[in-house]
Design a protein around this ligand. Structure first.
Ligand code: CTP
Length: 400
């Protein structure tokens, strides 16, 4: 995801400096080449050796280090960076940057870069609320610096309030967003994901093996590309993706209501959910007791959300999914036409490397003009971006 990207990670002196280590791990795991610059006070909290070992690059601490200056130097580091992240960023470093003070390796390099700079503040709540700090942050925002807001919580100094460093996972997410071209800023995406549960009685339900991974990957990728995203999700084991409006539902009926209530404000609807086709005719109020050798459960059809959306698109672009076990293309083409969608993502859920729970997927993209794309086995994240590439193209065609 971050292969080929050079990130400079600035670590300043706060108790949260150790979380910079976790952030470094996430960035390198995603393939980024990370160069760490530590201020003098950061080194009081974590040793440069930790960052050096995990980044596989020398850690920069001194402004006037002749060897480093010859090999890399603060100017060439500033030029090579695709992104700067300072986490944690103290009130001190934010104050310096806001006022043009460049008196150490970190502030000098930041001032010399043209790359985007993402700051994750961490400090005592009273420092955070101090108008001097607030003005400095405001000024940097005006200059185009990006911020990951500090959060409320128990602070290391014993106070409770804002000033806690945002979690490394969310700082990572914002770093990826800063590095991703925002080609979907104008779009409002409504995405469904996961299975639905149709209750039989208070302790039992009918459901399916959908993990939600595909729909969540699309939601995450779309938000990174600048879209406003609403994710309507059946029950899954996944955490809600950062920065999306999350609407949890249980049954197909609830999913229907949640989608219909929001479709009017959406420019694109992507229906990745595995919606149950039938539900029990009635939900028993009490737990059903064991009876004879065989019992019959009577089911009634659920409304098809996608078909309903296809009947009245209201200008929205519609992307459907088809989970098949036989006759993949024929069945998928039928769904494309019958459900009146603009793009259909088909997958044979029995194929190795495709379908539920796994991290990869093998899809075919069916277009209305008969074109079929077969990209082969890809990570769900790559499939998500491929679908969004086509969404961006189709939306452009629609506008022109
Ligand atoms: N879908 C829906 N509402 C339903 C059932 C399905 O919106 N009640 C949507 C799914 O979200 C998916 C598409 O329809 O985008 C196809 O779902 P799939 O389960 O593959 O097909 P079905 O239409 O249910 O047909 P079948 O089960 O016969 O294959």
């Amino acid at each position: 995801m971050l292969h080929g990207k050079t990130i400079v990670l600035g670590v300043t002196g706060g108790i949260a400096a150790y979380k910079g280590v976790e952030l470094l791990r996430l960035l390198t795991k995603a393939g980024a080449d990370v160069h760490v610059i530590m201020t003098r006070s950061a080194q009081e909290f974590v040793t440069p050796l930790t960052f050096q070992t995990l980044s596989h690059n020398p850690v920069h601490t001194e402004l006037f280090n002749l060897i480093a200056e010859q090999e890399i130097g603060h100017i060439s580091l500033a030029d090579r960076a695709d992104l700067f992240v300072i986490a944690p960023a103290t009130a001190n470093v934010i104050g310096k940057l806001a006022n043009g003070i460049a008196d150490d390796m970190l502030t000098t390099t930041v001032m010399a870069t043209r790359a985007p700079v993402l700051l994750a503040p961490a400090m005592n709540v009273n420092m955070y609320r101090n108008p001097m700090y607030q003005e400095n942050e405001e000024r940097l925002r005006r200059y185009g610096y990006l911020f990951v807001n500090a959060v409320k919580g128990e602070l290391a100094c014993g106070w409770e309030g804002e000033g806690k460093l945002q979690s490394p996972e969310i700082i990572f997410e914002e770093a990826v967003t800063a590095l991703t071209p925002s080609d979907l800023v104008a779009e409002r995406l409504l995405i469904t994901a996961g299975p639905t549960r149709e209750e039989i009685d208070p302790v039992r339900y009918i459901s399916n093996y959908s993990s939600g991974k595909m729909g969540y990957a699309i939601a995450r990728a779309a938000r990174r590309r600048g879209a406003q995203v609403t994710l309507v999700s059946g029950p899954t084991a996944l955490p809600a993706p950062w920065g999306v409006t999350f609407v949890p539902v249980e049954s197909a009926g609830e999913m229907y209501d949640a989608v219909m209530a929001r479709v009017g404000e959406s420019s694109v609807v992507i229906k990745a959910a595995a919606v149950a086709d039938y539900r029990p005719v009635a939900r028993a109020g009490e737990k059903l007791k064991k009876q004879g050798e065989r019992i019959t459960l009577e089911l009634v059809k659920n409304r098809d959300i996608l078909t309903e959306l296809g009947r009245n698109k209201n200008g929205a672009l519609l992307v459907g999914f088809a989970a098949e076990t036989t006759e993949l293309l024929a069945n998928a083409r039928k769904k494309l036409m019958e459900k009146n969608v603009d793009l259909l993502v088909a997958n044979d859920v029995t194929e190795a490397g495709a379908g539920f729970s796994v991290e990869t997927n093998i899809v075919r993209l069916l277009h209305r003009n008969g074109r079929v794309e077969e990209p082969g086995i890809l990570s769900k994240e790559a499939v998500a971006n491929l679908i969004l590439d086509r969404v961006a193209e189709l939306r452009k065609d629609k506008e022109s």
